[in-house]
Design a protein. Structure first.
Length: 404
């Protein structure tokens, strides 16, 4: 193992260059300023203890801190995700940028993008992480970055306004301070948790006082701590089988679903292509009020209670005593090589499977592309829209996902 604190400077530079090439090939880096930032900042200085090759691996997210149960409290995000979000932010020289969720490395990238005429503030609620970020930024030569110990829920009013807000922790909501501290033509890039999943969303102000998405993508982040922390509702159906959802609107008969789980499943196939599962997941979750996320552990899969799609989480349609979830099978007739379908359990398996197949075909016919939806955030006290499958109520406002 190479000690990254004393590793060869030339090797680190070569690995940085290789990382930039890989990120370009993956489509994560699309602009010269972002490429230059990644080629300049010595990532290994922010990931002590990691081998050099691991420090510069495009999809590696080293864990920085865990709690007593081994759950991650802080990590250095993978370069691929960082590059994707920075491209979505479209940061320019001279901008004032605030980052919520600090680690040091992303703040250094931001400092490169705003240049000498700009200003970067990075914020974290954990004093140990703040000290760590300050130390590594100084070691890497980024003394100009402001490192602030604070709860992101209130923002940083003393340093506002900001042209860009970059959030690097999973946020259940968008606090009012973030919007208030944003310039009129500013942009927020935030990993927003929606119905048991997370999407980074690049928001700009709309004409109604809220926010509207410019782009979005699937991501995974450590959840926020502090006043803004919130966990989704979790319903245990059986050993190793849980449902995750927002709020209390979806009524669940646990005993009925447990019985259904142990009944033989049926399979129904849509004749529609299966690819871009992240886009399909967002469509499914926001087009029927009875949708949640179904998760199963390896034991439940090994016991054949559920199929492998549930291992990483899959949208599930719940209808009283029955449920259905997404499936896929190889097909030579599909452009992606896979056909989408449904596994369903329970006395009403046929009906719930038919509804799920209808949704699969609808997505394939009308929305089979990246970025097909529009996501709005309507802050309080504005009146929320009429409840529907695409309306997600939050503490400070409402998220509305539509499919034009």
């Amino acid at each position: 193992m190479t000690d990254v604190t004393t590793g060869n400077v030339e090797e680190a530079a070569a690995l940085r260059a290789a990382m930039v090439r890989e990120l370009r090939d993956q489509g994560a880096i699309q602009s010269e300023p972002v490429a230059a930032a990644f080629a300049t900042v010595p990532r290994h200085l922010f990931t002590p203890g990691e081998p050099l090759k691991a420090a510069y691996a495009a999809n590696n997210a080293p864990v920085v801190k865990t709690d007593d149960n081994g759950l991650t409290l802080s990590s250095v995000s993978a370069p691929h995700l960082q590059a994707t979000m920075l491209e979505a932010a479209e940061i320019e020289p001279g901008m004032r940028v605030c980052e919520y969720g600090s680690g040091g490395y992303n703040a250094a990238l931001l400092a490169e993008l705003v240049g000498d005429s700009g200003r970067v503030t990075t914020v974290d609620i954990d004093a140990e992480i703040v000290e760590r970020a300050r130390t590594f930024l100084d070691e890497a030569g980024y003394h100009q970055v402001d490192v602030v110990l604070a709860d992101a829920e209130e923002g940083v009013p003393e340093s506002a306004p900001f042209d860009r807000l970059i959030v690097t922790a999973g946020s259940w909501d968008i606090p009012p301070g973030w919007i208030e501290q944003l310039t009129d033509d500013g942009r927020i890039v935030v990993p927003l948790r929606l119905k048991g999943t997370t999407r980074w969303i690049a928001f700009e102000r709309d004409s109604l006082g809220g926010l509207v998405s410019r782009s979005y993508g699937l991501c995974v982040f450590v959840p926020f701590q502090g006043a803004g922390s919130r966990t989704e509702r979790t319903v245990v159906v059986d050993a190793g089988v849980v449902l995750r959802m927002d709020g209390e609107d979806l009524k669940v008969d646990v005993e009925a679903l447990r019985r259904a789980l142990h009944l033989p499943r049926i399979e129904r196939w849509s004749g529609a292509v299966f690819d871009m599962p992240d886009e399909l997941t967002l469509f499914l979750l926001t087009n029927d009020l009875r949708m949640a996320m179904l998760h199963a552990d390896q034991d439940a899969i090994d016991q054949k209670l559920l199929a492998r799609p549930a291992l990483k989480g899959v949208p599930v349609l719940i209808s009283g005593d029955s449920f259905a979830y997404r499936a896929a099978r190889p097909s030579d007739d599909m452009s992606s090589g896979y056909e989408s379908g449904v596994y369903a359990h329970g006395p009403s398996a046929e009906n719930v499977a038919a509804r799920y197949v209808e949704l699969l075909r609808q997505w394939a016919d009308k929305y089979h592309r990246r970025g097909a939806s529009s996501i709005r955030y309507i802050p309080k006290p504005a009146s929320p829209p009429t409840p529907s499958s695409g309306v997600i109520t939050k503490r400070h406002g409402t998220v509305v996902v539509t499919w034009p």
